[in-house]
Design a protein around this ligand. Structure first.
Ligand SMILES: *[C@@H]1O[C@H](CO)[C@@H](O)[C@H](O)[C@H]1NC(C)=O
Length: 483
């Protein structure tokens, strides 16, 4: 081929690459679907083929794949009909127990040319849970000398649904002595409190029964109730009093199990056994009881389980101090958890285009990867880099996606393979790091003409030689080698 002809061939190929490149750049799209929670396995989520404008054979030929961004796989892509479906039943309360997010993210990767599409599936809440109380009935002992206006925190109900489907209100049965007040806590949770409005008289009535009902606002409304029995104590002593109405403390999520986080104290002005105070958690959720222990004698609260900021940032506990005479009072303990940089950034290689043809034009995408870090804030912000000595550059595509593109023409005869190291470091102090290697081979393109070993060959032949006899051997070599 003449020199001019060869250049033309390269230009045509470069043009083709440029077209593919443009397609790649245009293809960062977003798909959005929503499904009600608890749809059974195999339920239809969305028609991916239609929404991406891809024909069915194309999906298959281009090796379409779905990736779940989370740790569990919820979706599969049926290449037969182009539908995205549920691989597993998704219970919103389970997915969202830790975070308040209600979307599952996925990516669809198609090759030749390489396109990546981001998608999210919103899991819609259905009112599948009733508010419920940890106990069906409870006893509250109150001295007959208790002053009107005194407040008694009640146990909270729990409803794992969200929005209107979640707990909206509390109501209490009629009483001449008590009213109910519903307070909004710092954490957005509603707290029922009973207020004494009229002095109790043990000689007149020794016990009062109330029914506390919690309701949501779903359609239909669901509710749950608990019975509260109030026993009026013969009042000749003082109830213990906490030194603070709220105790606040901040702990690192990596606090050692067994560490003391706080001490609560209540003082009883009585003398003798009536002044002996013991401490208890007051009807806190069972899982909190596994996380913290309250020493009944000293009032010290210690951690009995590893904390995890990513699962829970805030604990609100109610503590009760009770004297031997049965009188009690309550206080709140707010424990705030601070994030510690405990997850290393993860590099997820989504695709590597290896081998790379050696005449690949500058700026061609040769690999795609994403990074994830499960920490929060700066601890979860990841910076990426690649080794600089190679003819490649890192480009941030969107969010946490990166592509590696060529910055020079590759020449297989000079370097036939590259190991490109990708490094990821988070913004923690100190930062946590990880790395991955992209192994790239360079594909030979016939850009060298073969060269004969000799410029001129000559041979002597005897006449009348037999047909097929060897005349001469010629040799040529090519810088390019095949594999
Ligand atoms: C790349 O890594 C592989 C596996 O570790 C090794 O065999 C190969 O020699 C490396 N190539 C280069 C060019 O460093």
């Amino acid at each position: 081929m003449s020199a001019a002809g060869r250049r033309w061939g390269r230009r045509q190929r470069a043009l083709l690459w440029a077209v593919l490149l443009a397609a790649w750049e245009a293809a960062w799209g977003q798909l959005r679907y929503s499904v009600p929670e608890e749809m059974p396995k195999g339920s239809f989520v969305g028609d991916v083929a239609k929404d991406l404008g891809l024909q069915l054979p194309e999906l298959r030929e281009r090796d379409a794949h779905v990736f779940d961004t989370g740790r569990r796989r919820y979706f599969f892509l049926d290449l037969g009909n182009g539908h995205l479906s549920m691989m597993e039943q998704a219970d919103r309360e389970q997915i969202c127990a830790a975070a308040s997010k209600r979307v599952l993210n996925f990516e669809i990767l198609v090759k030749r040319p390489m396109n990546i599409y981001k998608g999210e599936v919103e899991i819609l809440d259905i009112n599948d849970n009733s508010p419920s109380f940890p106990e069906r009935s409870s006893v509250l002992e109150i001295s007959e000398y208790t002053a009107p206006g005194t407040r008694f925190p009640l146990q909270k109900a729990h409803d794992p649904d969200i929005g209107l489907n979640s707990l909206q209100n509390y109501e209490c049965s009629e009483s001449n002595y008590f009213t109910l007040e519903v307070k909004n806590g710092d954490d957005g949770v509603k707290y029922p409190e009973l207020i004494l409005v009229k002095s109790l008289d043990r000689e007149q009535q020794t016990a009062h029964n109330l029914i506390l009902t919690a309701t949501d606002n779903g359609s239909p409304v669901k509710s749950g109730s608990t019975m509260i029995q109030i026993i009026v104590l013969d009042g000749n002593d003082n109830a213990p009093e906490f030194t603070q109405s709220v105790y606040k403390v901040t702990v690192r999520e990596d606090v050692a199990v067994g560490s003391r986080v706080l001490q609560v104290t209540a003082i009883d002005r009585d003398e003798g056994p009536n002044a002996e105070v013991k401490y208890w958690f007051f009807k806190i959720p069972e899982k909190f009881e596994k996380t913290f222990k309250l020493n009944p004698k000293s009032g010290e609260i210690e951690v009995t389980q590893n904390l995890n900021f990513e699962e829970r940032e805030f604990y609100e506990l109610v503590v009760q101090a009770r004297d031997t005479g049965g009188l009690s009072s309550h206080s709140k303990v707010l424990i705030k958890v601070v994030d510690v940089n405990n997850y290393i950034p993860e590099i997820i290689i989504m695709s590597v285009f290896s081998p790379v043809p050696e005449d690949t034009p500058l700026g061609t995408v040769i690999a795609i990867f994403s990074v994830q870090d499960r920490d929060s804030g700066a601890n979860g912000e990841v910076q990426c880099s690649i080794s600089e000595s190679h003819p490649f550059r890192l480009e941030k595509s969107f969010d946490n996606y990166y592509s590696v593109v060529t910055t020079e023409l590759l020449d297989r005869e000079q370097v036939s393979e590259y190991n490109v190291t990708v490094r990821a470091a988070d913004g923690g102090s100190p930062p946590l790091q990880s790395s991955a290697v992209l192994a790239l081979r360079v594909l030979d393109v016939n850009d060298n003409a073969p060269v004969f070993a000799q410029e001129r060959y000559s041979a002597r032949l005897a006449e009348n030689n037999a047909a097929g006899a060897l005349v001469l051997t010629v040799r040529a070599s090519d810088e390019a080698t095949r594999w």
